[in-house]
Design a protein around this ligand. Sequence first.
Ligand SMILES: C[S@@+](CC[C@H](N)C(=O)[O-])C[C@H]1O[C@@H](n2cnc3c(N)ncnc32)[C@H](O)[C@@H]1O
Length: 415
Amino acid sequence: MYRYAFLLGAHPTISLAEILNYLTNQKIKFEEYLWLQDILIIKIQQLPEEIAKLQNELGGIIKIFLIKEEFKGKIFQLEDKLTPEKLLTDFFAQNETKINFGLSIYANPDPSYAELNWLSNYAHNIKQLLKDKYSIRYVEDKSWNLSSVQVNRNRLIDTGAEIALIRDKDHFYIGKTLTVQDYASYSERDFDKPSPDAKSGMLPPKLAQMMLNITRNKKTKVLYDPFCGSGSVLQEALLLGLDVYGSDISPEAIKNTLSNLEWFIKLKKFPQVDLKTHIKDADATTVNWSTLNKPEVVIVTEPYLGPPLKSLPFPHQVKDTLEELSSLYVKFFKNLNKNFDAVQTIGIVFPVMKTREGLRYLDILEEIASLGYKPKIILSDEISKKDAGISPRNGFLYSRPDQYVLREIFVFERK
Ligand SMILES: C[S@@+](CC[C@H](N)C(=O)[O-])C[C@H]1O[C@@H](n2cnc3c(N)ncnc32)[C@H](O)[C@@H]1O
């Protein structure tokens, strides 16, 4: 077993669910894990080269580290653990005589000023000790948290190392970065598509990928999005190797989806798909697509979230919208029950309205449960109860601070 650390994204609870579900579905054996809010430390059987390949399939993972050392005590002991010799043999990827290295800290509690001072001296000292033999550069950042861009631009992984110092109270783990998120590819998928739809809104690719990973299971081969909009979920599902189908009530949305998927298939050099037979206009509350009524199909979708809100509303101002949306969602589940009874798993976004008197949720869980659809418990009760990233009804919350409509993400299972 190797010990790895995963740096989780801006919504660490969803990232945690994503990675655990992903490993289980791919039948990748893992043991004991330790969740430190932004970091997951976990023992996995697979070799580092194989774990590095997971990076592009996990929207919620920013970096993957291989843990090489650990100790209990004070930060100053790093000097004994990470000697220049040790760095040369176990950490640095030496590209001839050139070494670029950097240090990032993920610590709870935060490092003190004295500790940071000591670390900075330590890093400069390493540089001094090795500079006669190597052309060595220390890449420093005031935040002590190198971004994926900094790691890439300075070529730390292939010409040196990013060393991650992870601290859980007095327990230190020293990791070496294996991979960082391919930020350029996510940005291309998000912003370069030929037919975006700013009006209805688009699911960020990272979130689409996380939703797919928490929803799919070992049997999943096909993805259906019945509110496909401009096709973000379909695009990410293609990337994960699924066969994709989509529908939307708006012919304009269908045109956008077709154009975006054609572009994406060309960009990634995927085999051609006869898109016209996979994408059609249909009302999600009445659609019947019998070829998709199979257990190997999962639904991942973001239905309509209501009109955009420009300022923080009073609860009575969102009452009508919530009623209208409740009715749409319930009708959708009734139709699933009627026409898609073999589809067992549905990953779906519910809107949550931020009001002057707190959050307002879609109050339809009981009605949906009476149809046989219950939220799947992905993380343990212990985590769900105390974590702020999970709503009181056990949905994952996803939002930016400036948003008035939050997303609440559920995975429903049909019993
Ligand atoms: C929030 S958008 C989906 C965005 C999509 N996930 C994306 O990233 O491109 C919601 C979509 O639901 C569609 N819609 C609304 N009511 C519908 C219905 N009854 N049946 C099917 N689609 C519907 C709208 O046309 C819109 O394209």
